[in-house]
Design a protein around this ligand. Structure first.
Ligand code: FES
Length: 122
């Protein structure tokens, strides 16, 4: 199975490059597992992020074949192109800075009203 990872570092002044990796066929596996395999066995400089591995935290989101996916629970497919969800939030390769989204989740209610005590235990 081949996957292509669009690679770029924050602040880079050059064009993003595309690295293609030929992975062994291990049957159905997630995008995150494929990225982890590449990092462990082929290129340790790959930037990817994993946390809950259950599709709950959204830390691992990537753009896969043009569609935003939760990498830890979505199967990787042959020929898949994996890239960051937004280049303006890029940290490295597939990793983006989601701190603004996380802060917004805790600082505002669904109506957009400021909730300064939202994280304060009752
Ligand atoms: S690692 Fe938490 S949703 Fe993927």
């Amino acid at each position: 199975m081949k996957i292509t990872i669009v690679r770029e570092q924050v602040g880079s002044t050059t064009e993003a490059r595309r690295d293609t990796f030929d992975l062994p066929d291990v049957g159905p596996t997630s995008i995150s597992s494929a990225l982890q395999y590449v990092a462990r066995h082929m290129d340790s400089s790959i930037g990817y992020y994993l946390s809950c591995r259950r599709g709950m935290c959204a830390c691992c989101v990537v753009r896969a074949n043009g569609k935003i996916e939760t990498a830890c629970v979505v199967p990787v497919t042959d020929g898949m192109v994996i890239e960051p969800i937004r280049r303006d939030l890029l940290v490295a390769d597939t990793v983006v800075d989601l701190s603004m989204a996380r802060n917004a989740r805790f600082d505002f209610d669904n109506a957009g009203n400021d909730r300064p005590d939202a994280c304060t235990p009752a």
